[in-house]
Design a protein around this ligand. Structure first.
Ligand SMILES: NC(=O)C1=CN([C@@H]2O[C@H](COP(=O)(O)OP(=O)(O)OC[C@H]3O[C@@H](n4cnc5c(N)ncnc54)[C@H](O)[C@@H]3O)[C@@H](O)[C@H]2O)[C@@H](O)CC1
Ligand SMILES: [K+]
Length: 495
């Protein structure tokens, strides 16, 4: 079952896979027209009432199919008229406008309702409700609200496109049927709340490829995209290594965080600060993380509602891993766990919300499934994703397995991010991914944040590799990718 919000993301992913919104709209309108033919009495007058969004666009396509007569013989449709609520020059999307133009060009019976108080529902045997679909926000406004009452009061058979107008598929509490729909033709998958309506709901296959759901795409970025500059990343890392925490902290800033802190041993604090003036480095005594430091770090992270990134450059000293464990046992907020710190997660008791980001080797060390890179083929990937899903369910945390294909699972939902270039196999890109995930985790649910982060990271590599002449990104460094993150995160999505 897909919410309206997720459905819009899947649509966008389909477009990125080469199945355009226009193709989907054609299938949608065709499916509605078939249902209308099925339920319309002989010599019917069909009135399509359309809004200015893509739900209205589906209505225009429906009208075109119905107006074309019945190629296989006698038609039960005598007359079709289309009423657009509003002015044609205010139609909100290109694809809907092209379908309106096609009706006008075909000399169809179309009318613009320019005065919102002037609309009264004409006599009809079937009314096609194409006013509002999954794009609704807030309570229904005029003239749609009055038109909905008229539909509900009429004796006509009401066929709703996708959802009854006024029904909010993203907020399942609001399962209303203000138009009195007798039939609903919904697209691709049933939406939450529809089965509870007193209406005959049909799901129409409109040709969205399964990959638009299974593979992470630009639509998923839209779901996790920060819309304001807020949040503090708190990277607990560094000691034996210094580059990793600096990259993760910078990536969090590039993904929208307001401030990015690195808690690191005094011995390496200056070095980490030296990589980037944008970071705030908070030194603690010594040359590595030990249990003595934990109380203060947890206290800071909790007090400022930070998103923690635990692990980059931390090393594998026993006392550092013991400290990482104590940190997560005490901490209750969101955290990305990466690198050596992953080894402590499997038998950990924590109230924290974790996103674990292992590569194949780290996954195996966590007790997860073992598999070789590169993997190929649909069946092989399906087997691997099943195993990773089972592992994530067992672990009780979101797992993002890094590889040529990244696999993200929360134990119930599992997606593949098939994006990136061979050159990204360089050191440091995993630290970027951890930082991007932190940035998105500030605003989105952990699974959606992890999916979008995997896509953004890989896509940044593709964009850069393209600019460098399609070299496959051989020669890219993680530092190069930092400045590509914002363009992918905010520049490429439709939202
Ligand atoms: N997403 C997809 O892949 C597909 C979407 N399709 C159709 O597109 C629909 C979604 O289209 P859109 O996102 O353009 O949105 P809608 O057409 O559902 O709604 C947007 C329009 O409604 C107006 N509106 C929003 N809230 C309102 C309110 N409270 N009162 C009155 N008017 C309001 C907006 O100003 C805008 O004109 C789906 O329901 C479906 O019918 C189909 O074409 C098939 C493919
Ligand atoms: K509708």
């Amino acid at each position: 079952m897909l919410t309206g919000r997720r459905m819009a993301a899947v649509d966008e992913n389909a477009a990125a896979l080469g199945v355009s919104q226009a193709q989907l709209m054609e299938s949608s309108g065709n499916a509605v027209a078939r249902l209308v033919r099925e339920v319309a009495p002989p010599d019917s007058t069909v009135v399509v009432v359309a809004g200015r969004g893509n739900n209205g666009g589906d209505g225009f396509v429906t009208a075109r199919f119905l107006d074309g007569g019945e190629p296989m013989g006698e038609s039960n449709i005598e007359h079709v008229e289309t009423h657009l609520l509003g002015r044609a020059d205010r139609i909100g999307t290109d694809v809907a406008r092209r379908n309106w133009d096609a009706l006008v060009a075909a000399d169809a019976d179309v009318r613009e309702v320019r005065d919102s108080t002037a609309f009264s529902l004409p006599p009809a045997d079937v009314v096609v409700d194409a006013m509002l679909g999954t794009g609704i926000s807030g309570a229904m406004r005029e003239p749609a609200a009055t038109a909905a009452e008229a539909m509900a009061a009429s004796n006509a058979t009401v066929v709703s496109v996708d959802v009854p107008s006024g029904f909010d598929a993203t907020d399942p509490d609001a399962n209303a049927n203000p138009v009195g729909a007798d039939y609903v033709v919904t697209f691709h998958d049933i939406k939450p709340g529809l089965p509870e309506l007193d209406a005959d709901c049909r799901v129409a296959d409109i040709g969205i490829p399964a990959a638009a759901e299974r593979l992470v795409g630009p639509g998923d970025v839209g779901l996790a995209q920060p819309t304001s500059r807020t949040g503090r990343a708190y990277v607990v890392g560094g000691g034996p290594y210094t580059g990793a925490p600096a990259l993760a902290a910078q990536a969090a800033l590039r993904a929208g965080m307001e401030l990015s802190f690195v808690a690191a041993p005094t011995g390496v604090a200056d070095e980490i600060q030296g990589y980037a003036a944008d970071l705030i480095v908070q030194p603690y005594d010594g040359d590595r993380l030990t249990p003595d430091h934990v109380d203060e770090l947890v206290e800071t992270a909790e007090r400022y509602d930070d998103v923690v990134v635990l692990g980059p450059g931390l090393g594998s000293a026993d006392e550092s891993l013991a400290a990482a464990r104590q940190f997560l046992e005490a901490y209750t907020g969101p955290a990305i766990v990466d690198a050596e710190a992953l080894s402590i997660v499997p038998d950990l008791e924590t109230e924290a919300t974790l996103v674990c980001t292992p590569n194949a080797r780290e996954l195996e060390r966590m007790g997860g499934p073992a598999f070789d890179e590169p993997r190929s083929g649909r069946d092989e990937m399906a087997a691997i994703t099943d195993e990773i899903e089972a592992f994530a369910a067992d672990l009780g945390h979101v797992v993002l397995v890094k590889g040529a294909d990244d696999v993200v699972s929360d134990g119930e939902r599992t997606r593949i991010a098939r994006v990136g270039v061979p050159g990204m196999a360089v050191g440091g890109t995993g630290d970027l991914l951890a930082g991007i995930t932190a940035g998105l985790l500030e605003h989105a649910d952990p699974f959606e944040a992890a999916c979008a982060a995997a896509y953004v990271n890989g896509r940044a590599g593709e964009v850069l590799a393209d600019r460098w002449g399609g070299s496959g990104g051989l020669g890219i460094t993680a530092s190069d990718l930092l400045t590509e993150i914002p363009g992918v995160l905010w520049g490429e999505s439709d939202d």
